[in-house]
Design a protein around this ligand. Sequence first.
Ligand code: HEM
Length: 493
Amino acid sequence: MSKHKNELALCAILFLTPTYTTLHLSTPSTTNVMAFHFIFCLFAPILFVPLFPYLRNLFKSNRRRPPLPPGTLGWPYIGETFHLYSKNPNIFFASKQQRYGSIFKTHILGCPCVMISSPEAAKFVLLTKSHVFHPAFPASKERMLGKQAIFFSRGQYHAKLRKLVLRAFMPHAFKSYIPNFESIAQHFLHSSEGILVTTFHEMKTYTFNVALLSIFGKDRVVYSEDLKRWYYVLEKGYNSMPIDLPGTLFNKSMKARKEIARIVEKIMSTRRKMKADWNDLLESFMSDEEGLTDEQITDNIIGVIFAARDTTASVLTWIIKYLEENPGVLQAVTEEQEAIMRGKEEQKLSWEDTKKMPITSRVIQETLRVASILSFTFREAIEDVEYDGYLIPKGWKVLPLFRNIHHSPDIFPDPEKFDPSRFEVAPKPNTFMPFGNGTHSCPGNELAKLEMMVLLHHLTTKYRWHVVGSNSGIQYDPFAVPQNGLPIRLFRK
Ligand code: HEM
């Protein structure tokens, strides 16, 4: 198309130039020449105005276009998806980075992508140029979580959703939930005593219950089993190709999604008939003055369950693994937690207590770094962008690789070593992004830290545990978790 336009522009120039030259070079009288000059100067701009876009394209196309980043695109449509998910995605990223450097191209989940793995590039995409890099996840993820979910939204709609989510997830809103978090944690630990449990599975139950409590408040009690059942089906399709045919994982996920939507609608219709304060995320969504549609609310509830449950459960699973492997660190955390309860009449945690856990906080930070359970996120270039001498073409996905940054030896020396003391000094800006960066950074990070602290308090002060079987290896479920979900036995001290 643009080639065609350029040809047209060239033809126009070639057509006009000889006409003028021919007229000018004949032997006319001086008056005629002057008259011609006058007429040409008068009409030339008018003639050139419609041609301007063509001329601009012509000159543009002659300008040097920067090259695409190095890398390979794999098979048509499938690209390198199987390479990415068949083994360990981190091996895929690390080997690509080793081969091509901190910016390279690939093709996954049906999309051409540019992957970036330096703090400067992550800042460029997520902060400085966030207006040209829009959140855009592969179609399977968008359709499963809901097109109108906060992750995929932009502009005013995104700002509104963020305000509503933050209203429910700021500490002043959920600190009153601490006793509920404690009873969920205690119940789960008590029911796991002495038996062989899969840590990730149990942690998912804990974080699911905490998520439902912060979304549905008291209403969660009635619906939690149904929500849990359907959500387990939904999540199975998260990394699937978006092929909606009977029997495919994606198809089953979409059906489960409809069931969850039905439950959310039921809860909303009951609430609309009552007048009460719920103090939860659903209330925040329902009380918006401009009004969110039921579909928008459902998309965002499913989105928040997804964002809240597996992420936090997988981080907790890694913490339990690292504490077992590092007895000195476990000892320090246990002493810190025991000191909080010493001399207290009521053995209950308060919001102020959670501010007295610096060692536990550093263990959480170091786990977020080493495990980097969200290895990357997705953005899409809405126009051609040049970065570091390479072209990121319009429509391509851009993936900042958080894990590669967190494992860079230049930023975190001896990066594979679990060493919480490295966080005694605050990390440099844009080098530590477990909760993302910029306008789409995680609004649930405070809630996640609080629920992890509550669980670690009860676990370290009342229990000891050992890992059963081999504890090396990683699996993706969809976030990184220790092999087999870390089977453990838990004993009361
Ligand atoms: C340790 C646990 C968690 C981790 C590591 C984590 C990580 C992240 C990251 C990296 C992002 C940014 C994604 C991007 O830029 O594309 C994000 C976004 C988000 N997270 Fe979390 N998260 C965690 C827990 C939670 C919890 C508990 C909630 C809710 C209760 C939550 C709700 C959200 C939401 C709603 C977004 C989307 C924000 C937006 O698009 O504006 N997350 N999370």
